[in-house]
Write a protein of this length. Structure first.
Length: 120
Protein backbone atom coordinates (compact mmCIF):
# COMPACT_ATOMS: atom_id res chain seq x y z
CA UNK A 1 0.00 0.00 0.00
CA UNK A 2 1.26 3.46 -0.87
CA UNK A 3 2.04 5.59 2.15
CA UNK A 4 -0.15 8.65 2.65
CA UNK A 5 2.98 10.82 2.53
CA UNK A 6 3.99 9.90 -1.02
CA UNK A 7 1.68 12.38 -2.69
CA UNK A 8 1.58 15.24 -0.19
CA UNK A 9 0.10 18.46 -1.42
CA UNK A 10 1.29 21.47 0.54
CA UNK A 11 -1.88 23.47 -0.13
CA UNK A 12 -4.34 20.98 1.32
CA UNK A 13 -5.44 19.55 4.63
CA UNK A 14 -4.88 16.02 5.81
CA UNK A 15 -8.42 14.92 4.92
CA UNK A 16 -8.02 16.06 1.35
CA UNK A 17 -4.52 14.56 1.18
CA UNK A 18 -5.93 11.23 2.29
CA UNK A 19 -8.70 11.38 -0.31
CA UNK A 20 -6.29 12.36 -3.08
CA UNK A 21 -3.80 9.67 -2.09
CA UNK A 22 -6.52 7.01 -2.10
CA UNK A 23 -7.69 8.15 -5.54
CA UNK A 24 -4.16 8.11 -6.95
CA UNK A 25 -3.35 4.73 -5.44
CA UNK A 26 -6.56 3.01 -6.48
CA UNK A 27 -6.43 4.46 -10.00
CA UNK A 28 -2.83 3.37 -10.51
CA UNK A 29 -3.55 -0.13 -9.20
CA UNK A 30 -6.69 -0.47 -11.30
CA UNK A 31 -5.02 0.85 -14.44
CA UNK A 32 -1.49 -0.51 -14.17
CA UNK A 33 -1.84 -3.40 -11.71
CA UNK A 34 -0.29 -4.02 -8.30
CA UNK A 35 3.28 -4.78 -9.35
CA UNK A 36 3.68 -1.91 -11.85
CA UNK A 37 2.21 0.46 -9.25
CA UNK A 38 4.81 -0.67 -6.72
CA UNK A 39 7.54 -0.21 -9.34
CA UNK A 40 6.27 3.29 -10.13
CA UNK A 41 6.19 4.23 -6.44
CA UNK A 42 9.75 2.91 -6.08
CA UNK A 43 10.85 5.01 -9.05
CA UNK A 44 9.15 8.06 -7.56
CA UNK A 45 11.24 7.70 -4.42
CA UNK A 46 9.60 4.96 -2.39
CA UNK A 47 6.66 4.92 -0.04
CA UNK A 48 8.37 7.05 2.59
CA UNK A 49 9.27 9.93 0.30
CA UNK A 50 7.27 13.12 0.27
CA UNK A 51 6.81 14.95 -3.00
CA UNK A 52 4.62 17.70 -4.24
CA UNK A 53 1.78 17.00 -6.59
CA UNK A 54 3.62 18.89 -9.33
CA UNK A 55 6.59 16.54 -9.03
CA UNK A 56 4.27 13.52 -9.10
CA UNK A 57 2.62 14.77 -12.30
CA UNK A 58 5.98 15.48 -13.96
CA UNK A 59 7.46 12.11 -13.02
CA UNK A 60 4.34 10.30 -14.14
CA UNK A 61 4.81 11.91 -17.57
CA UNK A 62 8.50 10.95 -17.57
CA UNK A 63 7.62 7.31 -16.95
CA UNK A 64 4.42 6.93 -18.98
CA UNK A 65 4.84 9.57 -21.67
CA UNK A 66 1.59 10.43 -23.39
CA UNK A 67 -0.17 7.69 -21.39
CA UNK A 68 0.18 9.85 -18.28
CA UNK A 69 -2.65 12.11 -19.48
CA UNK A 70 -5.11 9.20 -19.43
CA UNK A 71 -3.96 8.19 -15.92
CA UNK A 72 -4.26 11.76 -14.65
CA UNK A 73 -7.74 12.04 -16.17
CA UNK A 74 -8.78 8.80 -14.46
CA UNK A 75 -7.39 10.08 -11.14
CA UNK A 76 -9.36 13.32 -11.54
CA UNK A 77 -12.54 11.47 -12.46
CA UNK A 78 -12.23 9.28 -9.36
CA UNK A 79 -11.41 12.29 -7.16
CA UNK A 80 -14.45 14.16 -8.49
CA UNK A 81 -16.69 11.16 -7.96
CA UNK A 82 -15.52 10.68 -4.38
CA UNK A 83 -15.72 14.42 -3.64
CA UNK A 84 -19.10 14.75 -5.37
CA UNK A 85 -17.79 17.39 -7.77
CA UNK A 86 -18.76 17.52 -11.45
CA UNK A 87 -15.75 16.50 -13.56
CA UNK A 88 -16.89 18.73 -16.43
CA UNK A 89 -16.59 21.77 -14.16
CA UNK A 90 -12.82 21.32 -14.08
CA UNK A 91 -12.33 21.94 -17.82
CA UNK A 92 -9.53 19.33 -17.94
CA UNK A 93 -10.35 18.54 -21.55
CA UNK A 94 -9.69 22.15 -22.56
CA UNK A 95 -6.07 21.96 -21.45
CA UNK A 96 -6.33 22.87 -17.79
CA UNK A 97 -3.41 21.27 -15.98
CA UNK A 98 -3.82 18.27 -13.66
CA UNK A 99 -2.46 20.12 -10.62
CA UNK A 100 -4.78 23.08 -11.23
CA UNK A 101 -7.75 20.71 -11.45
CA UNK A 102 -6.81 19.06 -8.15
CA UNK A 103 -6.55 22.51 -6.55
CA UNK A 104 -9.96 23.37 -7.99
CA UNK A 105 -11.54 20.25 -6.43
CA UNK A 106 -10.03 21.18 -3.08
CA UNK A 107 -11.36 24.74 -3.37
CA UNK A 108 -14.84 23.46 -4.22
CA UNK A 109 -14.75 21.14 -1.19
CA UNK A 110 -13.65 23.99 1.06
CA UNK A 111 -16.59 26.08 -0.16
CA UNK A 112 -18.98 23.24 0.67
CA UNK A 113 -17.71 22.92 4.25
CA UNK A 114 -19.25 25.15 6.89
CA UNK A 115 -16.77 27.48 8.58
CA UNK A 116 -15.25 26.06 11.75
CA UNK A 117 -16.04 27.83 14.97
CA UNK A 118 -13.16 29.03 17.07
CA UNK A 119 -12.54 27.26 20.36
CA UNK A 120 -13.00 29.35 23.50
Amino acid sequence: MVSESVFETPYSGKGFNRLLTECIESTLKETLGETPTRALVYYLGGEDSVMGLEVFAERLEEVLGSGARAIKKAILERLCSRAEVEFQDLHYQEGKEFVDCVKAVKAILEQKQPPQQEER
